[in-house]
Structure formats: structure tokens, C-alpha cells
Design a protein around this ligand. Structure first.
Ligand SMILES: [Zn+2]
Length: 153
């Protein structure tokens, strides 16, 4: 546990939260700055700053819990889909955002943007040669990383 980490303190029940699920390794609770009603966060109880640092088996459990929570959100909030995002913004303790999406823009966390009259548009299409180069660079970096299977840790 990191004593100055907000989410570690929530996991240790030193700070109250509106908990929707908890077990020995995971917690799900409401974001107190919801993008929409029902906006839920899922965290590992252990402190991992970034999602790519989470042990694979634990990340699988987080994803499975995200699916369970999303099914509940769809039923309760009558939405077609739930957006899932990991941004790493605000609290450096890896967390999944689950946002019931009444509109396609709900995942953009627009309530967090101070300028509320933004127009949201599709980014311009990238040039094919640049996409090929970027895909090659990322592909090579992925190939150099070890591939861990769930349950390895
Ligand atoms: Zn933490």
C-alpha cells in the first residue's frame, strides 16, 4: 500500500466509498465525479500505478469483473452499451472506468472538460504510409516484450 495513494486508502477502508463489489483482491466503487449516473471504477487492492504493470491473472479478474458490472449497468440504466476506459489520469493507481453510455460521447468524460461547448468529430484519417510505419514500430516492440499468459504470476 502507498499511504499517499487515494485508491490504496479506499482499498484499506481508510476513506469511505460507495462500494458496489469487493473481494480479497478487487474493489468496484462509484466515481465521485461521474461522467454519467452509475460511473463505476474497478481497482486492484494492491498498488499498481499503471494497468500494464498488473499481474496477468489479476488483470483477467479485473476484466471479468468489468463485464459483470457492465451487465448490471446495462440492465439498471437501460443503455445499449457501457464504455470501458483506462486513462491513468488523476490517480496513479490503475483503475478501469465503466460508464453507462446513453450517447456515444459519454465515454469522453466531457463533464471533466471545463469548456462545455466543444464539438466532437472523428480525427482526420492518417496517411497509409505513416500507419504502416507506426504499425511496424509497435509490432516490433510488442514482439520484443515477453508474452505472459493469465495465471503466470
Ligand atoms: Zn494505490
Amino acid at each position: 500500500m502507498s499511504s499517499n495513494c487515494l485508491f490504496c486508502r479506499i482499498a484499506a477502508q481508510q476513506i469511505p466509498a460507495h462500494v458496489v463489489y469487493q473481494d480479497d483482491s478487487l474493489m468496484a466503487f462509484l466515481d465521485i465525479h461521474p461522467a454519467r449516473e452509475g460511473h463505476t471504477l474497478i481497482i486492484p487492492r494492491e498498488h499498481h500505478p499503471y494497468f500494464e504493470d498488473i499481474p496477468p491473472a489479476l488483470m483477467v479478474r479485473m476484466t471479468l469483473l468489468a463485464q459483470r458490472v457492465a451487465r448490471a449497468q446495462k440492465k439498471l440504466f437501460k443503455v445499449e452499451r457501457v464504455g470501458m476506459a483506462i486513462t491513468g489520469v488523476h490517480v496513479a493507481h490503475a483503475h478501469i472506468h465503466l460508464i453507462p453510455m446513453a450517447t456515444p460521447n459519454d465515454i469522453l468524460l466531457l463533464p471533466l472538460v471545463e469548456q462545455q461547448d466543444l464539438t466532437v468529430a472523428l480525427p482526420p484519417q492518417a496517411e497509409s504510409g505513416q500507419l504502416a510505419l507506426t504499425a511496424t514500430r509497435i509490432g516490433q516492440a510488442v514482439a520484443q516484450d515477453s508474452i505472459e499468459q493469465p495465471g503466470d504470476s
